[in-house]
Design a protein around this ligand. Structure first.
Ligand code: PTT
Ligand code: SF4
Length: 616
């Protein structure tokens, strides 16, 4: 087999056993890899309705047939599991050398189940899997864990680890690699913690072989050259995603004061130009020639250090909680990386607490922008102390416990906190969040830029058609290849390279039609997974789960050029209905029987029938 490896590594932590299993060829051809393979394996292997923090839940590390090859930004991988935050499908995409090492190990994925009786570190190499005692690592930050493991096992080893937050089963804990790359927003760090798995260290020993090496090298080199020649290249490597702060402010979508406003009065203190003045280094993921990891050096009156900044981190830990300037935001960003907490959800849950505090709905006091309060609250969340224990449940979990008026201020979709775009005046982006397959995240559709061009107040159905296309490209194709999508998004690399590269890598002809079919299949399977898991615990699936936060419909913006704006319920519902019909889902968002059959997902039907899911 070429392009793919044709096998995956199955590890049982409870019994300290492992085996290599064949990846069914149909899974590779029809789901490609990464997210596609991960959801198919989770569907097959997870017991229906399993508690995400129980040993029976599977953690999946998946690469794709383009990962690690010499082509733009191919050093990415997917971490996936059933999410303890949402109880649905959860995944994240991370740029790390681990992705390349997994390819060099000759596997399509690593699947981990069970629970080690004591803290453990997995060391996976071509000699096999070592279950190493992780007691000395338990309690360490992600940075210390990675440093020590490299010292112990050698610099060539690549590491994924969790911090104290994952150990304490904080529902917004992520997996960290390379001192500041993070993945698995929906609590995948807590899944590792529940398995007593502190870290996974990987070292491969061979190289994956493409079907047509000559063609792959030719296309890859050409694509690298196009990236470098782009007129957008120079500014991209200067500011990376941080340029979005200014853009979001100008377009009134910068999340501010717990998504109450789209503009922030101190935005110039946290923007890309300030970042440039603090920048000491640039970091890139493996095989990337347009690196965007902005490492800054910061000094505050109480601490100094280095942190890697991205737009989402700075918006959520800056404007959304009223914090500026950037040196303070950078320190909170670093704390999140060290503890292993998702920055987006952290900024959201702290913003939620601040708004409740302001409205007298919380007995604890925490003011907007209170730097020392934010530092302490971040620590409390990581260690589940005091108010932090409540907030460690995420916005939806905390709101469920406080109840009453608090529910009005909880900003999330399907229990995942919203990433950094305010949608009071962005119905298309709101729909993108509401239909994202992991809960409110922009990974599948950064629709806001398209929306600015198509008209902010339009509920036109053409937006829905564009959105479905975008989800299929980003969430369907890129997440299964697996490569970084930014060469296309940010410097305009021609999308047509990807089917050609995929064909050269695998020897299987992938036309655009075939790629869209795979993407539609992945979307309907992920949706089926959610429906199955909710049905198993007695929750019927309803369109209400695909509706954005109430705040955007009920509390208009009070500042900025778009003040007075809010979403319109009828307009939104018409868009949602059109979305369902394009995907072949019924009026509640459940895939229709005919859709499942058409996409080769007939195996879903008996499960739905057994669970009493109404199928139309
Ligand atoms: C991603 C989410 C993002 S999306 C950001 S910043 W972004 C946050 N980063 C965090 C962080 O850092 N530390 C932390 N403790 N928590 C964090 N949470 C947030 O996680 C990321 C880049 C970026 S930077 C983006 S948009 C693109 N994302 C891609 C994607 O999803 N798929 C893909 N094929 N290519 C992508 N390219 C870009 O990669 P999650 P990373 Mg992350 C410090 O993982 O769970 O998907 O959440 O992956 O390696 O850090 O690269 O403005
Ligand atoms: Fe990583 Fe940025 Fe390069 Fe993408 S563009 S591979 S996120 S460094």
């Amino acid at each position: 087999m070429r392009g793919w490896s044709g096998k995956y590594l199955y590890i049982d932590l409870t019994n300290k056993k492992y085996q290599y299993l064949e990846t069914p060829i149909d899974y590779l051809h029809n789901y490609i890899g990464g997210r596609g393979l991960a959801v198919r394996l989770l569907w097959d292997l997870n017991p229906v309705g399993v508690d995400p923090l129980s040993p029976e839940n599977h953690l999946i590390l998946a690469v794709g047939p383009l990962t690690g090859f010499p082509l733009p930004s191919s050093g990415k991988m997917v971490v996936a599991s059933k999410s303890p935050l949402t109880w649905g499908y959860g995944d994240g995409n991370i740029g790390t050398r681990v992705a390349v090492e997994l390819r060099n190990l000759g596997v399509d994925a690593v699947v981990i189940k069970g629970k080690s009786p004591e803290p453990t570190v997995l060391y996976i190499s071509c000699e096999g899997v070592e279950f190493r005692n992780g007691r000395d690592y338990w309690g360490l930050t992600t940075l210390e864990t990675e440093r020590r493991l490299k010292k112990e096992l050698g610099e060539r080893v690549s590491v994924l680890s969790i911090g104290p937050a994952g150990e304490k089963l904080v529902k917004i804990a992520t997996v960290i690699s390379e001192f500041g790359r993070s993945a698995g927003r929906p609590g995948i760090g807590a899944v590792m913690g529940s398995k007593n798995l502190k870290a996974v260290a990987v070292k491969g020993c061979s190289r994956p072989e493409p079907a047509d090496r000559g063609e792959l090298i030719k296309l890859g080199s050409e694509a690298y050259r196009k990236v470098k020649e782009s007129q957008l290249y120079e500014f991209w490597v200067r500011q990376g995603t941080m340029a979005t702060i200014e853009w979001s402010q100008k377009n009134s979508v910068l999340p501010t004061y717990n998504f109450s406003e789209g503009v922030f009065e101190y935005w110039e203190g946290i923007d890309g130009y300030i970042m440039e003045s603090m920048k000491v280094r640039i970091k890139g993921c493996p095989n990337c020639n347009m690196p965007c990891g902005n490492v800054v050096k910061y000094v505050t009156s109480t601490e100094s250090g280095e942190a890697e900044l991205d737009y989402e981190n700075v918006a959520m830990l800056g404007s959304n909680i009223g914090l500026a300037p950037l040196n303070k935001v950078a320190h909170i960003n670093l704390l999140a990386d060290l503890y292993g907490i998702d920055t987006i959800s952290l900024g959201s849950v702290i913003g939620f607490a601040m708004e409740l505090s302001e409205k007298g709905l919380l007995k604890d006091r925490i003011e907007w922008g209170d730097y020392s309060g934010i530092k302490e609250l971040t620590r409390q969340i990581a260690y589940r102390e005091g108010l932090g224990d409540l907030l460690a449940e995420g916005v939806a979990g905390a709101a469920d416990r406080i109840r009453g008026e608090a529910l009005k201020y909880a900003v999330h979709v399907k229990r995942l906190e919203v990433s950094a775009y305010d949608c009071h005046a962005a119905p298309g982006m709101a729909l993108a969040y509401a239909t994202s397959p992991i809960g409110a995240h922009h990974k599948d559709a950064w629709f806001i830029a398209t929306e600015v061009k198509m008209g902010r107040f339009s509920y036109a159905l053409e937006k829905v058609e564009r959105l479905v296309w975008m989800q299929n490209i980003r969430g369907g194709m890129f997440e299964s290849l697996v490569t970084c999508r930014l060469p296309w998004v940010e410097v305009g690399l021609d999308l047509d390279y990807y089917p050609k590269l995929l064909t050269a890598a695998t020897g299987v002809t992938y036309t655009w039609d075939r790629i869209y079919e795979v993407a539609n299949r992945i979307y309907s399977l992920i949706r089926s997974f959610w429906v199955r898991e909710y049905a198993a615990v007695g929750c019927g699936w309803s369109y209400e789960l695909d509706v954005p936060p109430a705040k955007w419909f009920t509390q208009p913006l009070t500042k900025g050029p778009l003040r007075g704006s809010k979403l319109d319920t009828d307009g939104y519902m018409a868009m949602l209905r059109h979305y369902y019909s394009m995907r072949g889902w019924d009026e509640n968002g459940v895939p229709r029987k005919s859709t499942l059959e058409k996409l080769g997902l007939s195996y879903v039907i008996p499960t739905f029938e057994k669970l009493g899911v109404p199928l139309s």
